[in-house]
Design a protein around this ligand. Structure first.
Ligand code: GAL
Length: 664
């Protein structure tokens, strides 16, 4: 069961969004039918937050209204992505099962009044979620409108209650077998934390000062496994009654409560939500970042952009509007990198409720609006790309991505609060994006053989297997760039002894890091090649590596800052400071050059994105997106699928999907 089946059923790529007809009356439904036809909507996500209507009292279902909407949508040629409503339990549920409400790390039990107020490990919640999923699947499992199942919505709510404590202990028993093994792993000899019985182990609730890093890391792993288990329960309840593909929408890239490599393996099609957090070119780079992650979690297969905003850029406390043209360009940015369509939250902007100011495909102003006209134009463009369904995107560069490293680097007590995993990952991806090259993300223990270049930013935690994998990758001819404070702890969050990083990686890099030296606030150091670093420095001892650039200031003056090592058939590079963005981008560009990886359409100016999708029969399409404020000339004129005509250049903000011939 794959994305392919979804697009087969739709007859092309998906276009549409969350449709919440329960917020409106009949007159609006009729207008919705008409406007969906105008906009080219072929897939509507229904029921995400409908639990209170579907099950008004425990065990009493009211499906009549949903029957009517599914039939109406079907008659209108719109397929349905039917959600289970479990992200928002109704008030009756929380009153009947107060023990199923989430408890914060500080011990406050939250109450209903928003959404996502549930404890994932509470037996009553899990049972209720399975029940409503099964009831929906039994009723709609083979409904002709049904194209996709959408389990839950953005699994994310952490809980520290007694149910969680009990489930956490079971998870720990399973992992460690004995308390001695747990005590050893967490290093509980420090600060008198030794556990004498399993009952003494709690979730990492609010405490006096730094929490134990092994404890917090294992809790993150445990919670992630709980999410996967909760998803599987609903998925399996659905599969008992339905053969349609099942997915869940993964959180935006900045949230890391779930190991998305694991969850990606459980869904029939990976689906993501994406809302940029900066305007302009950064939004475009962020869309590429999110899309490349989604494709990687999908194992390279096509995936689905489940949610984006028609006019929503969250920027540090403000919600900025998308500029004219961005609805199409952002949609194509995702499709270029493997999405089988472009969906939005939500179809019609709510007039009441907590998200009444969130953008939508039909804004408060109605269809006579810039937003709706751009939506309809985007729907028409997506419809012209039907032939691309099932085609894929390949990359020759990978950025390593590991939840354990992320969680490890979120520990208390690190030597700098500016070691941020997410921004390090984004910077690495951005540098590759700026070079006009597509990157995959890869797990450190995955087979990296198909990549010419691997970037390892902020890989704080690295397992023995991961370190050996990277050593082998370089020995076999790969080029890796490992960045500061990587490979410094093992998979128990225990420090590597004898010098950093982990021994097999030291061998590949030909260095030994003897000491880490965070820089003072505002300190900016100069390297011998003229580049600059902030935040961090390290005392690096070469053990076979050559110095590419040395520190010029302070106690590290003259010692290596950037190194390169010929190892086996490959090259291991090490970067021991956080370079300024422009210098880092230049270093990555140099490495891309060394390994001979360049843009798919050479000659385009920076800020022009070009990505190729390739079909199984070898047909190719080049997406060209001009994120600049100036026009751009194409290297050679080509046929544009969006206009079904020739194109030689793009205006500012313009897009084209070029017929790239056949590569087989
Ligand atoms: C998503 C969520 C939607 C809506 C949207 C607003 O994360 O799934 O329900 O809240 O954010 O941007």
């Amino acid at each position: 069961m794959t994305a392919r089946r979804l697009t087969d059923r739709l007859g092309g790529l998906a276009f549409g969004g969350d449709h919440n007809p329960e917020q409106w009356d009949e007159q609006v439904w009729e207008e919705d039918d008409e406007l969906m036809r105008v906009a080219g909507v072929n897939l509507a996500t229904v029921g995400v937050f409908s639990w209170a209507l579907l099950e008004p009292e425990e065990g009493r279902y009211d499906f009549g209204w949903l029957d009517a909407h599914l039939d109406r949508l079907h008659a209108n040629g719109v397929a349905v992505d039917l959600a289970t409503p479990t992200a928002s339990p109704p008030p009756w549920f929380t009153l009947a099962h107060p023990d199923a409400l989430p408890v914060t790390a500080e011990g406050a039990r939250l109450v209903h009044g928003s959404r996502d107020t549930y404890c994932l490990t509470a037996p009553a919640y899990r049972a209720a979620a399975r029940r409503i999923a099964a009831a929906l699947a039994e009723r709609y499992g083979d409904h002709p409108a049904l194209a996709l199942w959408h389990v839950h919505n953005e699994y994310a709510t952490l809980c520290y209650c007694e149910h969680t404590a009990a489930a956490f202990r079971m998870w720990l028993r399973d992992r460690y077998g004995t308390l001695d093994a747990l005590n050893e792993s967490w290093g509980t000899a420090f600060w008198s934390q030794r556990y004498g019985s399993w009952e003494q182990v709690l979730p990492p609730r609010a405490t006096q000062w730094h929490r134990n890093p092994g404890h917090t890391l294992d809790f993150s792993r445990f919670f992630s496994d709980e999410v996967v288990a909760a998803y599987r329960e609903q998925r399996d309840a659905i599969r008992a009654h339905s053969d349609r593909p099942v997915t869940t929408n993964l959180m935006m890239p900045g949230y890391q409560n779930v190991d998305l490599w694991k969850l990606g393996r459980e869904v029939d099609v990976v689906a993501i939500d994406h809302y940029p957090d900066r305007p302009g070119r950064s939004a475009a780079a962020d869309a590429a970042f999110a899309a490349d992650r989604a494709r990687s979690f999908a194992g390279g297969r096509p995936w689905l952009l489940m949610e984006q905003g028609t006019s929503t850029v969250y920027d540090r406390g403000r919600t900025l509007a998308k500029e004219p043209g961005e609805i199409l360009r952002h949609s194509l940015a995702h499709i270029a990198r493997g999405s089988e369509g472009a969906l939005f939250f939500q179809w019609r902007q709510s007039k009441a409720g907590a998200e009444q100011w969130h953008s939508a495909m039909v804004p408060h102003a109605g269809p006579d609006s810039r937003v709706f006209r751009e939506v309809a134009a985007t729907g028409a463009a997506v419809a012209r790309l039907a032939a691309l369904a099932g085609s894929v995107v390949t990359a020759e560069v990978a950025v390593l991505h590991d939840s354990d490293a992320w969680w490890g680097l979120s520990s208390d007590g690190l030597p700098s609060s500016e070691l941020d995993y997410h921004s390090a990952l984004r910077n690495a991806h951005r540098a590759v994006w700026d070079a006009g090259v597509v990157a995959d993300f890869a797990h450190p223990e995955a087979d990296l053989g198909r990549y010419r270049l691997v970037l390892a930013p902020a890989l704080y935690l690295l397992s023995d297997a991961g370190a050996e994998n990277l050593r082998r990758y370089v020995a076999d001819g790969g080029t890796v760039l490992v960045q500061h404070f990587s490979g410094v702890v093992d998979d128990r969050a225990q420090a590597r002894l004898g010098g950093y990083p982990a021994a097999p990686l030291r061998e590949a890099l030909g260095i030994r890091v003897e000491e880490y030296r965070p820089l003072r606030h505002g300190e900016r150091i100069t390297l011998s090649d003229g580049s600059h670093g902030t935040v961090w420095s390290e005392s690096v001892r070469p053990q076979g590596a050559e110095t590419v650039a040395a520190y010029t200031d302070g106690m590290l003056a003259g010692s290596p800052a950037i190194t390169r090592h010929d190892f086996g058939a490959g090259h291991g590079w090490y970067l021991s400071t956080r370079l300024d963005d422009a210098d880092y981008t230049a270093l990555v560009a140099r490495l891309l050059d060394t390994v001979g990886v360049g843009p798919v359409l050479p000659g385009l100016p920076p800020g022009t994105e070009a990505v190729t999708r390739v079909a199984a029969d070898g047909r190719r399409w080049h997406f060209v997106l001009n994120h600049r404020t100036e026009p751009v000339q194409l290297p050679t004129p080509a046929h544009d699928l969006l206009t079904d005509g020739p194109v030689a250049g793009l205006p500012p903000g313009g897009c084209a999907v070029l017929n790239g011939g056949t590569s087989l």
